[in-house]
Design a protein around this ligand. Sequence first.
Ligand SMILES: Cc1ncc(COP(=O)(O)O)c(C=O)c1O
Length: 404
Amino acid sequence: MFTINKNYLKLPGSYLFSDIARRIAAYQNANPEKEILRLGIGDVTQPLAPAIIEALHGAVEEMAHAETFHGYAPDRGYGFLREVIAKMDYQDRGCDIEPDEIFISDGAKCDSGNIQEILGMENKIAVCDPVYPVYVDTNVMAGRTGLYDQKTQSFDGVIYMPCTAENDFVPEFPKEKPDVIYLCFPNNPTGGTITKPQLQEWVDYANKNGVLIIYDAAYEAYITEEELPHSIYECEGAETCAIELRSFSKNAGFTGVRLGFAVVPKKLKAEGVSLNDLWARRHGTKYNGAPYIVQKAGAAVYTEEGQAQVKEQVAYYMRNAHMIYHDLKAAGYSVYGGVNAPYVWLKTPGNQTSWEFFDTLLNQANVVGTPGSGFGAHGEGYFRLSAFGTYENTKKAIERIIKM
Ligand SMILES: Cc1ncc(COP(=O)(O)O)c(C=O)c1O
């Protein structure tokens, strides 16, 4: 008789966004006349930029003719895309990253979930708390953790690094030494950032202790403060201790198109084995690549026209973030993030729990956000508002919150 992977049974029942959807549906059924405004899920709303659409059409046309048809993509992704990424995202910023250190994928969620496959089962992972849930859940599925403790809202065998207003949402080095550390800056959900000297300390710590950092830079395009690092490879020595993950979802609206990449430097080794070789083996065996059409669309992001257009979209969302942050602050809320990230993280007023504030907001303002506790125990008492809506709806939602 076949059996199942029982590690999946360790995962707590319902997913945050299903819980949210259920509560919204219940409210809307009871109040069909109410208009609910959503500042919840972190999905983009603007259409793909014209340069990207043009590249997509062009690539589709190529697929229609035998002379220009493309079948399976090269394992690591097309050279035309890896080369422009290496140049514009890394070399132009002073980072020594080559095209053969870049692996094109269908997004940072998949990469952040899959990357643990090339690591030993005995590795102990450390994550920020609150955290993007994929890092923990995929290690749970793999069997790298113990059971979930409902009371502490944490898994045995995982090191949680609290990120709160007290430490400006940048973790301190954990007391217990981990083997793998997941960092994400600008951060989802807190919108927090890390300075280059702070990140350099993590790189030094990792090199000194034989730790691997998995650095999720999915939101780097939202950085507005010039001195902040866009890549971990801006820090000295990062290529011997870090893998970086990037996405086309938030900078160019590819959430439904799917494209991302992982950077696995050739200097990154463990037990004398190159992680670049291991990831190449994994990629070659289990993945047949992002579609040619999508990789052409990705390359269009790096053209002069594409760059100008995607920057404009990011600026549109950041105008929302700026407004959410400043209007709520002026109304007396304690707000964080929002300056280098499309998320504003606020302290729930009057000591409400995150879910109590969710219900208050839904019932009194008909606005939906995301309860901070859904991202981890230290998210309790916080709430995430996303800047990915239209300006008009976002403005209306914030006005309603302020009037509550
Ligand atoms: C921190 C973080 N990483 C990765 C992703 C997913 O990126 P992608 O759409 O490329 O899979 C998200 C999406 O919300 C995210 O917040």
